[in-house]
Design a protein around this ligand. Structure first.
Ligand SMILES: [Zn+2]
Ligand SMILES: [Zn+2]
Length: 347
C-alpha cells in the first residue's frame, strides 16, 4: 500500500487494507519471564509493534500494549501469546504505554476476553474521544489543515482519523491510572511508571531498576523518528524534551522499545534524540529564512516530497508541533492572511 501522493485523493486505506498475516509474529524471551511479542502492522512505514508479556509471581502475566486492531491482528496476538506458553486468559494486568492505535488498538478486546485490570494514563482521553466521535475531529483537522495551506485535494487524507478510529477495537476505560509513581509488580521485580508525554499526552515508560530495563514505548527508537500529537496539549515538543530529561537520570542498561529490537547505550540514545529535536527546530528556522509560509509549505521545504501521503501527514504533524513550540518560545510569530490561511515568520 505504498501510495503515490499525486494519486492520493481520499483518505488512507481503511481496515481491509490493514490485513496482517497472523503467522508473521516473532516471539522472544529477552530474559526469564520477559517476553517480546513482535506483532505485524500493515503500515508500509512501520511493519511491526512490540507487545511485552511480563510473568507475574504466582502466575498470570502483565501485558504491556496490545497492537492495532484489524483483520488478522487478534489471531497474531493470541498466537504469539501461545508461542510464549500462555493465552489471553493469563493476562491479569494490561498496561498501556500510550494511546496510539498501534499500542492500544486491541486493548478493549483483551479486557473483554480476560477480564484483566487496565492501567493507562488519564491523558489518553482525547484519543478515545476521537474513537467515539471521529467526525468532530475530522472537521477540526480539516479546518486546521486548510489554514496551514494543505491543498484541497489532500484535505481528506490530512483530516482522516481512520488510523485511530478503525485501528482501535473499541474505546477503553482504564480501571487504574498509570501515573508517576505507579508500581506494577512482576516475577523479576517491580516496574515503576515514569510519565513521558510529548509523543502522546498519555505516554508513560516503565522502569525496572534491578535489571536496569526501560520499557520505553515510542519515547526512544533505534533511529530518531519523532511524531507528536498536536492539538491535545500546549507544547508537545517541550513536553518531549522534558520527558527525555526525566528518563535520562534513570539507571538503564537495556531499552525495550515499542518498535525494533532492544537497545543498549542508553545515554547516547537519549542524547541523540535530544539532538534530533534541536536539529529539526534548526531546520524549521532555516525553512523560514527563505520566506514566510504556512505549515504545509514549510513541511515540504524541510522534508521535500513525501514517499506517500501518510508520511506526509506525519511530517506535517511534526512541523506543526515545532512551529507551536517556536511560537511559545517567542522565536516565531503566526499571522492570519486575508484568505484565512496562516503564515509563520521569524519574530
Ligand atoms: Zn505512538
Ligand atoms: Zn508506536
Amino acid at each position: 500500500m505504498l501510495l503515490d501522493m499525486s494519486l492520493m485523493v481520499g483518505p488512507a486505506p481503511g481496515p481491509r487494507g490493514w490485513t496482517v498475516d497472523p503467522s508473521r509474529t516473532d516471539v522472544r524471551q529477552v530474559l526469564p519471564g520477559v517476553w517480546c511479542l513482535r506483532l505485524p502492522l500493515a503500515w508500509p512505514q512501520l511493519q511491526h509493534v512490540n507487545v511485552w508479556a511480563l510473568a507475574r509471581e504466582g502466575g498470570g502475566v502483565v501485558l504491556v500494549d496490545s497492537a492495532m486492531a484489524g483483520p488478522g491482528a487478534w489471531e497474531a496476538l493470541t498466537g504469539a501469546l501461545r508461542k510464549a506458553g500462555g493465552s489471553v486468559r493469563d493476562v491479569h494486568v494490561l498496561a498501556l504505554t500510550h494511546a496510539h492505535a498501534d499500542h492500544v488498538g486491541l486493548a478493549a478486546r483483551v479486557v473483554e476476553e480476560s477480564g484483566c485490570e487496565t492501567w493507562m494514563h488519564p491523558g489518553a482521553e482525547p484519543f478515545f474521544a476521537v474513537v467515539r466521535d471521529p467526525g468532530a475531529t475530522e472537521s477540526a483537522r480539516a479546518r486546521r489543515a486548510a489554514r496551514e495551506g494543505v491543498p484541497e485535494r489532500l484535505l481528506a487524507a490530512y483530516a482522516s482519523v481512520e488510523e485511530e478510529a478503525d485501528g482501535t477495537h473499541a474505546p477503553l476505560r482504564a480501571s487504574h491510572a498509570l501515573v508517576a509513581g505507579t508500581v506494577l509488580s512482576s516475577a523479576i521485580g517491580d516496574w515503576l511508571a515514569v510519565e513521558t508525554p510529548g509523543h502522546a499526552p498519555s505516554h508513560v515508560c516503565l522502569h525496572q531498576p534491578e535489571h536496569r530495563l526501560l520499557l520505553a514505548g515510542d519515547l526512544l527508537s533505534r533511529h530518531f523518528a519523532p511524531f507528536f500529537d498536536y492539538g491535545w496539549s500546549a507544547d508537545p515538543v517541550a513536553e518531549y524534551l522534558a520527558s527525555l530529561d526525566a528518563v535520562s537520570g534513570l539507571d538503564v542498561e537495556t531499552v525495550l522499545p515499542g518498535h525494533g529490537a532492544p537497545l543498549q547505550d542508553f545515554g547516547a540514545l537519549v542524547a541523540s534524540h535530544r539532538a534530533g529535536v534541536h536539529d529539526r527546530l534548526a531546520a524549521v528556522r532555516q525553512a523560514l529564512a527563505s520566506g514566510d509560509a504556512g505549515g504545509y509549505e514549510l513541511t515540504r521545504r524541510i522534508f521535500g516530497r513525501p514517499a506517500d501521503v501518510i508520511v506526509g501527514v506525519w511530517q506535517f504533524a511534526e512541523v506543526i508541533a515545532y512551529l507551536g513550540h517556536l511560537r511559545r518560545t517567542g522565536e516565531v510569530v503566526r499571522r492570519e492572511e486575508a484568505d484565512g490561511t496562516y503564515a509563520y515568520a521569524r519574530a
